[in-house]
Design a protein around this ligand. Structure first.
Ligand SMILES: Nc1nc2c(c(=O)[nH]1)N[C@H]1C(S)=C(S)[C@@H](COP(=O)(O)O)O[C@H]1N2
Ligand SMILES: [Mo]
Length: 390
């Protein structure tokens, strides 16, 4: 844990949010006066975005991204902030009759009702994630940070008793659609898999609450998987079956879509490689600049796979990298909101960019440092914004 994170943890304790090993044990939401717009504080628009840019509203069945300029709290509100993506519509399930079946290589195939899930020790964890396709052109809006409540996947799998050789844990959602595979139309469920070792981590959750409320329909009611630190695609919504098998699972959203195609050095050989979208790459993005009188402030967020963060820095034009402040509330898998007081901003056009460094010394890559990439997944190189100070 970095000093900054320890600091944030301590401050969180003082605010009454008791944190144990990264788990927030209460539903208290830290109030962030730094994020809500103050009186007389106004947003300075980015000149690299259309001036009237807004996303569609959060409606049933649709894709929704938030305008990250309007982040005003540490947790993204369920109603109008946390993004929504799905590929086969939003099935409306009945919580009373819904069951999760655990099948395959287990000693005790079990069927769990929502009441059964609630009998397991409850855990809460703050976790942010973004869609693998999130990008600068939509204000990085396919993102959200929430406090998730549910039980540990591991507790459930232990009761089912995974048999020797059961290495692949496949998660099926209740949503289905037709796919053409090799000229044949077949029905598919949305599904993703985790390797046994990834599934048994302490922080993997079967989540039935989001920000203290029952999981909303759009986010997988009544229950979804949550694999903290991974891109959104791993978090199977409307979860209805967990199947344990001894072969790799290669469904569409595992192995065909959400696959990053890039040209990289594979042990000294340059190869075009296809790689699954899994852990969130180290990323920071500036989301807004505000002005209040003559002072300016830059805000943004950091996402990664849970590796502690050492610093976030901001660079204005050709100036030096300057350290930004990570706002309170940050936990291992939450997003880290940052703020930077831009002193003496001079009138005219400016270019601003942020970069994050983790405790291992990994620095967010510059665009020119990243391998050549063709697919649209995983956008995490340093992002530059332009604006005009009047
Ligand atoms: N059952 C199901 N789960 C799913 C999906 C889906 O289409 N069906 N989409 C995935 C993708 S690609 C993303 S980015 C996240 C989005 O989660 P959210 O809508 O709660 O933000 O859900 C994931 N889980
Ligand atoms: Mo996604």
């Amino acid at each position: 844990m970095s000093e900054q994170e320890q600091d944030n943890g301590r401050r969180n304790l003082l605010k009454g949010g008791m944190l144990m090993g990264g788990y927030a044990m209460t539903g208290s939401v830290p109030f962030l006066s730094q994020t809500a717009l103050g009186q007389n504080e106004e947003i300075v628009p980015f000149t690299d975005m259309p001036p009237d840019f807004t996303g569609p509203p959060k409606v049933g069945g649709g894709v929704f991204f938030q305008n990250t300029q309007n982040i005003d709290d540490f947790y993204s509100r369920n109603e109008d902030q946390f993004y929504v993506v799905q590929h086969y519509g939003q099935p409306q399930l009945n919580a009373d009759s819904h069951r999760i079946r655990i099948t395959g290589m287990v000693d005790n195939p079990i069927t769990l009702s929502m009441a059964d899930l609630r009998r397991y020790p409850k855990v809460e964890i703050a976790a942010a994630f973004e869609c693998g396709g999130n990008n600068q052109g939509i204000y990085h809006g396919l993102v959200g940070n929430a406090l998730w409540g549910g039980c540990r996947l591991r507790d459930v799998l232990q009761d089912a008793g995974i048999q020797a050789g059961g290495t692949e844990i496949v998660f099926y959602g209740a949503d289905r659609g037709m796919e053409t595979i090799r000229d044949t139309q077949v029905e598919q469920s949305f599904a993703r898999a985790l390797h046994f070792n990834e599934a048994m981590q302490d922080d993997v959750m079967i989540a039935y609450e989001m920000n203290g409320e029952p999981l909303p329909l759009y986010h997988g009611f009544p229950v979804r998987l949550l694999k903290p630190g991974w891109y959104g695609v791993a978090n199977v919504k409307w979860l209805e079956q967990i199947h344990i098998q001894d072969r790799r699972f290669a469904g569409k959203y595992m192995a065909r879509d959400y696959v990053t195609l890039s040209r990289r050095d594979i042990g000294g050989e340059m190869r075009w490689e296809e790689r699954l979208v899994t852990r969130i790459q180290l990323k920071s993005a500036i989301t807004r600049v505000t002005r209040s009188g003559n002072s300016h402030n830059i805000m943004g967020f950091v996402l990664n796979d849970g590796t502690p963060i050492r610093s976030v820095e901001v660079k204005i034009d050709n100036g030096p990298w300057q350290r930004a402040e990570i706002l309170p509330g940050a936990t291992r898998y939450s997003w880290k909101l940052f703020s930077f007081a831009w002193e003496n901003a001079s009138p005219g056009e400016h270019e601003i960019v942020s970069r994050v460094t983790d405790v291992n010394g990994q620095v967010q890559a510059r665009p020119e440092d990243l391998p050549e990439k063709i697919s649209r997944w995983e956008n995490y190189a340093q992002f530059t914004r332009t604006l005009t100070i009047s």
